[in-house]
Design a protein around this ligand. Structure first.
Ligand code: FE2
Ligand code: FE2
Length: 289
């Protein structure tokens, strides 16, 4: 087997972050960006225009089918939300077209990413965690290190999956044994290479060991909790060893440190609340994935 650790640097040269996605991420933080510029960007792509209108008219936003143009979609959804939808659309187009032979794995990774993003938003919104809308993007990006393993080291994936199944290892341990490097290490290198905001890079690096998160531990814990819920609800990618229970995860305790209401609410009740939210979000997840 090739020495993956040594090859990662070379790969960082190869896996470029799509320019348009970088522009969207910049636009989301640029106060001077205008609605007309975003409108032009979207309208230059007919498939994107159709998709945006379908999403904007989905019951999730409660706009009751009244969104007839991109301009009104942006006005009604706001620039931040529009930016998040654009990012989702472009990430998906990029991911799914990468490697035909790895299509099933890429699709599973995409579904997991978009579901983790949506569930992160649900968690933040229900318990009023102050993650400032970043939880969606952080959830979308958190496992991008897996993309490198799927795309460039496809021979490692069946072995890693078998280890997770048969030895009840978590994915990080199986990856280190098989590939000498975890998707969290690869992810943080990629995130730096892509010049992503450092909070997103931290989530990519620390979501399996939330206590190591220093810059924005709340963001990391929200994404990790959502990540594990996705595993439980059948939208996972093998990140939870068999027999593992949610109550054991450090992210839950950490979230309790940020919010007394969350800490005092029994975990079964929290899961019940979020399951109800998840059902309301399913249609949106299907539209995005
Ligand atoms: Fe992960
Ligand atoms: Fe994950």
């Amino acid at each position: 087997m090739r020495d993956i650790r040594n090859e990662i640097n070379r790969i960082n040269e190869v896996v470029s972050f799509p320019t348009v996605v970088a522009e969207i991420l910049d636009a989301m933080t640029d106060e001077k960006i205008t609605t007309s510029k975003i409108t032009r960007l979207i309208e230059s792509d007919p498939a994107l225009t159709t998709k945006m209108l379908r999403v904007a008219n989905s019951p999730f936003y409660g706009l009751r089918g009244n969104v007839k143009s991109i301009q009104s979609a942006i006005t009604m959804l706001g620039l931040d939300e529009t930016g998040r939808l654009l990012l989702t659309y472009h990430m998906k187009a990029r991911l799914i077209s990468l490697n035909q032979q790895q299509n099933a794995r890429l699709e599973a990774l995409w579904k997991h990413s978009v579901t983790t993003a949506t569930v992160s938003r649900m968690v933040a919104s229900r318990y009023k965690f102050l993650t400032d809308g970043k939880e969606y993007t952080a959830g979308l990006l958190h496992d991008m290190g897996k993309l490198v393993l799927i795309q460039y080291f496809p021979e490692t994936n069946p072995v890693i999956e078998q280890m997770i199944r048969e030895r009840s290892l978590c994915d990080v341990d199986a990856e280190v044994q098989v590939a000498s490097i975890s998707h969290t290490s690869i992810g943080s290198q990629l995130g730096e290479k892509w010049r992503l905001p450092s909070e997103f890079v931290e989530v990519m690096r620390c979501h399996h060991d939330v206590r190591t998160s220093e810059q924005n531990p709340l963001l990391t814990a929200v994404v990790r909790f959502a990540d594990l819920l996705c595993e439980q609800w059948g939208y996972g990618v093998g990140e939870q060893p068999q027999g593992f229970t949610l109550a054991e995860d450090k992210a839950i305790r950490m979230l309790g440190e940020f919010d007394a209401f969350f800490r005092d609410r029994p975990l079964e009740q929290v899961i019940q609340d979020l399951t109800a939210d998840f059902e309301k979000n399913l249609e949106l997840i299907q539209l995005l994935s």
